[in-house]
Design a protein around this ligand. Structure first.
Ligand SMILES: [Zn+2]
Length: 126
């Protein structure tokens, strides 16, 4: 028995905060309708400050789905160096450092992120 919330419970909290479906039989007249990023910042606060939510539950930066980083996903740390795959798709060390720290639920999401980020960077420097 643990006091921490489960992945499914956090999914329910995210649904509640974003105006989604409530648990069966529950009604909430003033249910919030936050963006998923805003909702996740509440989850993040509960993780960092209260510890009732395990910190390995993350939200993907691209598709904004929750994932368990103990079971999968990728973490982007801009203070490290781009690996071979990133170099191959055109991520220079400079582009790499300009990326925000964050996580992705799957490889495809990370690829999408870099595709967009490279485009944004090349538009910023003509
Ligand atoms: Zn994703």
């Amino acid at each position: 028995m643990t006091d921490k919330l489960t992945f499914d419970q956090i999914d329910e909290i995210m649904d509640m905060l974003t105006g989604g479906e409530l648990p069966h039989g529950m009604r909430m007249p003033d249910q919030p309708k936050l963006m998923r990023r805003q909702a996740f910042s509440i989850v993040w606060f509960l993780q960092e400050h209260t510890g009732i939510i395990p910190s390995h539950f993350e939200m993907c930066q691209v598709c904004e789905e929750l994932y368990d980083s103990d079971r999968g996903g990728y973490w982007l740390d801009p203070s490290s160096e781009p690996d071979d795959w990133l170099t191959e798709i055109g991520v220079t060390p400079e582009i790499f450092k300009s990326a925000p720290e964050g996580g992705f639920c799957q490889h495809e999401c990370e690829a999408k992120f870099w595709h967009r980020h490279i485009q944004t960077m090349s538009e910023a420097t003509p």
